[in-house]
Structure formats: structure tokens, C-alpha cells
Write a protein that binds this ligand. Structure first.
Ligand code: 6LW
Length: 498
């Protein structure tokens, strides 16, 4: 037997709430996107461990109205499923419209449909298809007002409820019962959920039944997967999971987790990422997951062919970034951005990085603790720069206005212009280097100082997102573009255990 080892997370950076489906030998995965546009990034894989983004599901304002949406609101957890040749993605816009789904017959080509709304309470909607019927589940409440996973039958053409939502299971008593997914495996229904909240107490639990509507019997050893008892381990917050089978009949659990910045520092700023562990079904019909019910950074398995090599994209330049990898804040004005061969021009909008509007900002999710970034900026109007952005109240900005390079730190109510150094040329070179603990900011080769990663973490900023590295323009008054050239972002893998 040949053992293959792969590294977690398999998708790195802020891509929370993964949901996966397989069609023949290809897997498709979606993640939450909150206030970012386009919404619900879509990935593809042929081997479970190498993932490539192939687009985004929500690409139009009519599907994704985000005006004035607060950070970490907007689009919550999605589910992707394939039925009768059609892909469906369901999610919640918590700021407007609630639960809805979109569909496409061609995941590589046409854009997805307009939203079809479903009048069912709760978040984390999911589908189960059987015998021409569609069942729709979400988190919600039972008749007594207690948290429960609820399910209705819907008309898949119109989204109309064909039955009242009914409670299926109330979990094991953990807070925030959410993330329901239903599967039929070997003639038995399995209802999986997450509990404990998406922080250090997060966990995956499940129950099973011979009947679609229950009663559901909980797995006696719940939680089936959690790292909540692994103090000091760098991977935490394991939960919100989806099962998928491969073409050889092996089963896998995709789920979210996060990497804390150091064994003894319980902060994470890269957001919740995508992890993968094997699942084992036993003769009694119950399943176990992961390594003794936990998620590890290094996974050794005989279920992935030995010849498959895990690659990560570690260098990002204007030439190799796919258009759909860029993230904008809320609904952007496309006229503020001009893409060239090795250049990007950005014109200020009326909004700034400190607002919940749509500042002129175009970003990439930070994928590794250790990175080196450089970009050449020609400033023509207002301020142009690079921001290490968690939300409007938590961001570090390295900026240039044609006269000075400034490092500005924004940590909640504390805002400090840490350094300002004169730079009289119209063009300057900005650099940022980071490790798990600090960012260091440079004008050319001159260091302007450091700022700690922890103040941009979810533990400090709150919310559900992770750091996005943004190129921005603001405070322009003449409708002129600032120009960014020679952008290079290079990552190194790093294990906080070593
Ligand atoms: C998501 C919920 C959760 O909808 O956090 O960790 C919410 N799980 O299931 C936002 O990501």
C-alpha cells in the first residue's frame, strides 16, 4: 500500500464554510464571501488535494446586492449540489433577501441564474434530492422555539414551499446549531451539522435515521470531528463540514478550520480555511472522521494515489492573477479600474477604506503567514497604496501621495500615522514582508516599522472574514487614475509548530 501525505489546509486563506459535490471524476467547492464581490468563489479539483479557482457563482448585482452591507454580513455559508445535470448553489444574503438559490447547466460557461428565494427561516441552507423531490434544510427552530435543523419540501422550479418546515434534529446541545447537510448512504439518512460556534469550541456532529423525516438518532461519540480539546495545536475551530465520496468509494470530510499564529498565541488573522480529512464507515453503519476525531496539518493516507503531488500557487503577479481571483468591497464601480499587461490603474471612489461603502479597492486573500509583497506606484491624484485589510476598523495602510510614504495603523478606535517619510518622486516602490507575528513595511529598502498581525485577527476585530491584501486609491479629487506596476506577492509555507 502506498501512503500519500498531504498538507492542510488544502485551500489556504479566507474561504470559510466549504461545500463540495462530485460529478464523475471532478469535484466542485464553494465558500462564503460576506461583503466581498463577486460572491461565492468556486473551485475545481480532480484529486481532492489540488484546488484551482475557476470563477465565482454570484457575479451580478442583481444576484448580489451589497450596498451598505456591514463587514461580515451579506453572503453566509453556501451549499453546492448537482442534480439531473444541473448545478445548484444555495446560500443566505443575511442583509437582504434571506435564503435563495441559483443554478447553471454549464459550470464552466454561462453565468448562473437569477436568485430564486425560499421563504424558510435560518441560515446555512442545503438541498437533498430524492425521487424527483427536493428537500430544503436550514438552521431554525422547533415548535417550542428551541434551535433545530429544519426541513421542508420545495418546488425546485419556483422555490415555493410544498410543506411546512419541520424540525429534524436539535443537535447535541452545543451553541449555534448550523451547517446542516443530509446524505443517503447505504439506505440510511445521515444528517450532519456543526455546533459550538465558529471559534475554538467548534465541532461536527451527526445523527442518522432510516426515514428522511426522522426520528434521528445521534451518534453516541459526538462530536465526530473537533480540535476543541487540542490546546496549543495550531489548527483550531474545526467545524462546518460537508461529505463527499470519491470514484473509488472512499469518503471525505471537507470542513473549515483556522491556523492560530503561534502555539501559545490564540489569534488568527488569515480567516477560516478549507481542511480535508478521511472518513471511515464501520460495520455498524456509524462513521468516524479524521485522526481520532481530530484534524491534522499533515495527513497520511492510502486513499490518494501516491503519484499525486500537492501544489500551491505561491507567486501572484498582474500577469498570472486570474480576473476572478480579485475581490472587491461590496458592489464596485468597474469604471474605477483599468487592467493593463503589467499594470493596474485605480481611480478613487467617494468612499474610503474606513467606510462600509465601496472604496476603490481590489484585493487578494492572504494565503500564508509568510509573504513578501512589492509594487511600484505612480501617484497622480489623492492617495494610492497597499492595505492589509481585515475590516473598515482594522487595517494597516502603506500609502503614497506623490509627496510622502505613510504607514497608517487602524485598530478599532486607535488610529495612528506611524511614519511619514518624504518621497518627492512621482513614483515609489512599496514593500511589505510578514511572518506569523508581524508585518513589516518598507519604502524601497528602508523599513518604516512593524505592526503585529494579532490586531487584525478575528479575536480582535470580530466577524467572519480574514485578511485581504488590497491595492487602493482614495481621497482623489481630479478623477485621475493612480498606477500600480510590477506587483509581486510571494508566499512561503510555514508551520507554527516548528
Ligand atoms: C456560517 C455558519 C458558520 O453561515 O459561520 O462556522 C457562519 N459556521 O455556518 C458564517 O460563516
Amino acid at each position: 500500500m502506498s501512503y500519500k501525505s498531504f498538507k492542510n489546509p488544502v485551500i489556504r486563506g479566507f474561504y470559510p464554510d466549504p461545500s463540495v459535490c462530485r460529478v464523475e471524476n471532478k469535484y466542485y467547492l464553494v465558500a462564503s464571501s460576506f461583503q466581498y464581490f463577486p460572491g461565492v468563489p468556486l473551485f475545481e479539483s480532480e484529486d481532492l488535494i489540488n484546488w484551482k479557482q475557476i470563477g465565482n457563482v454570484l457575479t451580478r448585482k442583481s444576484q448580489l446586492p451589497l450596498d451598505g452591507v456591514e463587514s461580515s454580513c451579506g453572503i453566509f455559508a453556501p451549499t453546492i449540489r448537482h442534480n439531473n445535470g444541473r448545478f445548484y448553489m444555495t446560500t443566505t444574503n443575511v442583509t437582504g433577501g434571506g435564503n435563495f438559490y441559483v443554478c447553471t447547466d454549464d459550470i464552466y460557461g454561462a453565468e448562473w441564474s437569477e436568485p430564486i428565494y425560499v421563504e424558510q427561516e435560518g441560515i446555512d441552507p442545503s438541498f437533498y434530492f430524492e425521487n424527483g423531490k427536493t428537500y430544503f434544510m436550514s438552521n431554525g427552530h422547533d415548535k417550542d422555539g428551541k434551535s433545530a435543523i429544519i426541513q421542508s419540501e420545495i418546488d425546485i422550479e419556483t422555490g415555493k414551499l410544498l410543506s411546512e418546515p419541520r424540525a429534524l434534529w436539535s443537535g447535541t446541545g452545543g451553541r449555534y446549531l448550523e451547517s446542516p447537510h443530509l446524505y443517503k448512504i447505504n439506505n440510511c439518512y445521515y444528517l450532519m451539522a456543526a455546533e459550538g460556534g465558529t471559534e475554538y469550541g467548534h465541532m461536527v456532529t451527526y445523527a442518522r435515521s432510516e426515514n428522511l423525516w426522522g426520528p434521528y438518532e445521534p451518534y453516541a461519540e459526538n462530536p465526530v470531528l473537533t480540535n476543541r480539546n487540542l490546546g496549543g495545536y495550531p489548527i483550531q475551530g474545526i467545524g462546518h463540514a460537508d461529505l463527499v465520496d470519491d470514484i473509488n468509494g472512499n469518503r471525505w470530510i471537507f470542513h473549515l478550520g483556522f491556523r492560530q499564529i503561534h502555539r501559545w498565541l490564540t489569534f488568527h488573522h488569515l480567516g477560516r480555511e478549507v481542511f480535508l480529512m478521511p472518513v471511515d464507515f464501520h460495520d455498524d453503519g456509524w462513521f468516524t472522521a479524521g485522526e481520532n476525531g481530530t484534524t491534522t496539518e499533515e495527513v497520511s493516507t492510502d486513499k490518494i494515489p501516491g503519484e499525486i503531488i500537492q501544489h500551491f500557487k505561491n507567486i501572484f503577479t498582474f500577469q498570472n492573477i486570474e480576473s476572478y481571483e480579485w475581490r472587491f468591497l461590496r458592489n464596485p464601480d468597474a469604471e474605477n479600474y483599468i487592467f493593463g499587461e503589467n499594470s493596474l490603474k485605480i481611480k478613487s471612489s467617494a468612499d474610503t477604506l474606513d467606510s462600509i461603502g465601496s472604496p476603490s479597492f481590489i484585493g487578494l486573500h492572504q494565503k500564508e503567514f509568510v509573504m513578501e509583497l512589492s509594487v511600484r506606484i505612480t501617484a497622480n491624484d489623492g492617495e494610492a497604496g497597499v492595505t492589509i485589510y481585515m475590516d473598515e476598523n482594522h487595517h494597516y495602510d502603506l500609502s503614497f501621495n506623490g509627496a510622502a510614504v505613510k504607514l497608517k495603523l487602524n485598530i478599532g478606535d486607535i488610529k495612528q500615522e506611524k511614519v511619514s517619510t518624504p518621497a518627492n518622486e512621482k513614483e515609489t516602490l512599496l514593500k511589505i514582508k510578514s511572518d506569523a507575528i508581524n508585518y513589516e513595511f518598507f519604502c524601497g529598502d528602508t523599513s518604516l516599522g512593524k505592526a503585529q498581525t494579532r490586531y487584525l485577527s478575528s479575536e480582535v476585530a470580530g466577524g467572519f472574514t480574514g485578511v485581504v491584501i488590497g491595492l487602493y486609491s482614495q481621497y482623489g479629487e481630479q478623477e485621475k487614475f493612480n498606477e500600480f506596476r510590477d506587483f509581486k506577492l510571494e508566499y512561503k509555507q510555514y508551520n507554527p509548530l516548528t
